[in-house]
Ligand binder design. Sequence first.
Ligand code: DGJ
Length: 397
Amino acid sequence: MTRTMAVLNLALRGSPFSQKIISICLCCVIALWGCSSESNHYSAFQPGQLWLDNNDVHINAHGGGILFHEGVYYWFGEHKIEDRKGNAAWVGVHVYSSKDLYNWHDEGIALSVVKDDTTHDIREGCVLERPKVIYNEKTGTFVMWFHLEFKGTRYRTARSGVAVADHVTGPYTYLRSFRPNAGFWPKNIKEQQKQVPSQYRDYDYSGGSLPDDPEKLNLIARDYTGGQMARDQTLFVDDDGSAYHLYASEENSTLHISKLTDDYLSCSGEYVRIFEGRFMEAPAIFKHDGIYYFIGSGCTGWAPNAARSAKAESIWGPWQELGNPCIGEDAELTFHSQSTFIVPVPGKEGLFIFMADRWRPENAIDGRYIWLPILFRNDRIEIEWLDEWDLRFFDHF
Ligand code: DGJ
């Protein structure tokens, strides 16, 4: 029996009054201990620093996105493991919850990779990136889309994967993967683009680099029947409940914006090509005062590059590029990070947080997070570095 238990044992043998006092104290201690076991570390964002969850473990949700549902924020992202292998999916999609955006509670693995079936699309060791989750009000279903590369294909699969759940934190059930919009031309196709130039009909593309002019290769026609390539991606639900899937396509040279079916589980076949030949990745999108805004990156593997931004009055475009939204030191490398999502600020209509990843490919699990406020200045969006900030920052706007 420990000393504490011995003292308690002695005290509880005392008078009824002392027993009552002791039991009240015990209840208080247990209540306080219960609270303290939920580490509430933070009351501010510290971009680039270790960000510990309620278990004092660095948050493990990379390339992620946020879903706000019934007053709670949920952060979904790629679960990474130690060392180089970490950039493949050996666990799945991790999910955390928070009520203040600073302190995150580990809710476990929302979608697990498959460990006992070497033929499965999402078998362990596949590439499962940039998971995003949206909630379908009509079906009451949580829908996750992600970028999927089958194991061992070195990013040649270029498919979108879809999984669903009845509860926001899962478990999510994998439905299928595919290349989007097979058998559909984009709304802004040019007639001459419906032909694959003869000299490129059997082009054996090595990946990662295109001929001088990707339009000569005409990838949209090459992939018309089998479906369009889909790698980096995000989801967006518009004010009217319509959902859209933005994905890097055509060997990463061109982005597609594709409207989903009403159940959010498939492509409607209605889509457009935007930023043709601009090799944009890591798409993120938000809407403010009826205007759609886009932030993305260049295409340089895990290495950072200068972010890009754009705006449009219609999600179908035309999109007007606004240049790199980052300003100040290291802006040309997006503060050593890459976009992944834009978080609307709670209760602050029109205020948004730029959510980015600072990748550590040599030790993926150590990847950090860059969350910074988005400013609307000079008819464009701007992002400045802050070592530490909190949501009161927006009180000045
Ligand atoms: C850049 C992408 O944005 C990441 O999601 C990942 O696919 C890396 N490329 C792989 O090099």
